[in-house]
Design a protein around this ligand. Sequence first.
Ligand SMILES: C[S@@+](CC[C@H](N)C(=O)[O-])C[C@H]1O[C@@H](n2cnc3c(N)ncnc32)[C@H](O)[C@@H]1O
Length: 417
Amino acid sequence: MSIKGHQNGSRKMAFATSGGLEVNADMLSKDGADTLRERIKKSIDRLIASPIFYRFSVNNIFTRWFAKYRTQQVFDLMTGFVNFQVLLTCVRYGVLQRVYENPCDLDALIKHIQLPKDNLDRLIFSALSLGLIELRSHNRFGIGPLGLPVVTYPGISSMVEHNAVLYADMLDTAKLLNPGKASQMNEYWLYAKYEDDQSVEGENLKSTSADLAVGIDKQMQFAKYSDLMSNSQNFVIDEITCAYDFSNHARMLDIGCGKGRFVSALAEMYPELEFSMMDLPEVMNLTKQNLVEKSFVNRINLVPGSFKSDPLPEGVDLITLVRVAHDHSDQVVELLLKKIYQSLPSKGTLLLAEPMANAKGAKHDAYFHFYLLAMGEGRLRTPEQLTQMIMQAGFNQVEILSNPMSMHAKVLVAKKY
Ligand SMILES: C[S@@+](CC[C@H](N)C(=O)[O-])C[C@H]1O[C@@H](n2cnc3c(N)ncnc32)[C@H](O)[C@@H]1O
């Protein structure tokens, strides 16, 4: 970079040049700092993107790490879908379970997979490259560091299978970005149907013999998504119970409670706490079956209904919304938050927990943004956006709690004075 001086009218100006970068006095005033920053950024981008810089950084021992790191990041972007398909195939054909239970050599593994033999070695070596399986002594394959959580947490393998539904929609993201599109995810999450499709909740409440087949299909679908939620909720429950002490509450209402895993965990931890639970009637049938034999069942009040159209049960000092708000449009969430505010007594508390966006964009935000888009009207929101919505509903104070693994969920606690 060189610094030069020159006359321009009556003003003395200075500018620096380096690969097209020019700095002059105007830039240093008013919005100048921003413009200058932009120009510097552009010059750095141009430099980094140039083939000469790439060759230099690859050949230089001090900069090679950077070239490798950036190249690896681009590869990760390009290979995401294929990597997932390898994982899915391994889960579907029991590859991970097989090597977890009993490490074995290539021939034994190929024999285990119920597919034509040709090319199966490619699947196995792909799984090896992704850390799903690993090489052990005597050329045997064992479970790898990334395969281990998949076989040991049922929630992860259920999500892998479920991701296949999402990825089918992801084949045409342009279509998905158009409002009013149909998607497999929208079919999967029955309650996520658009507002103008009023049939979903009503239809299930009063299945007639004429639509019995459809009703049974839908009942199975309610069971399917409720099982998935139940299997994957443990990680979220850990985050909430690490971050919040429930011992100051007497009775809580869990809205969108699913099959009741969260309430079950709290019932074990807090023997004095009593519960109301609300979900759609089809889900509450499953909740009832799930909880009927639990020792704490007499502390639970089940309330089938829709938070959109039914009153919320009263007499609670805490309301929880776990992975519920992000499934719905701003309009629905605003109404729900107002309803919650009105039904709570003074000094009542709202606890809202779900995956949230990072204002600067965390890597996995993209997944949730498109997941919720494919699902219907849901939105990934930042803690700040949700805080604003909660305050607008009437709450006087909102706190963003800190929890160890915020990619599973962040936790907001709001107080009504
Ligand atoms: C993503 S699941 C979360 C379930 C559970 N809280 C969890 O974290 O596993 C959303 C839940 O909200 C329920 N839900 C959706 N719309 C609802 C409505 N209008 N009224 C009551 N519950 C509703 C669904 O049936 C489902 O059980």
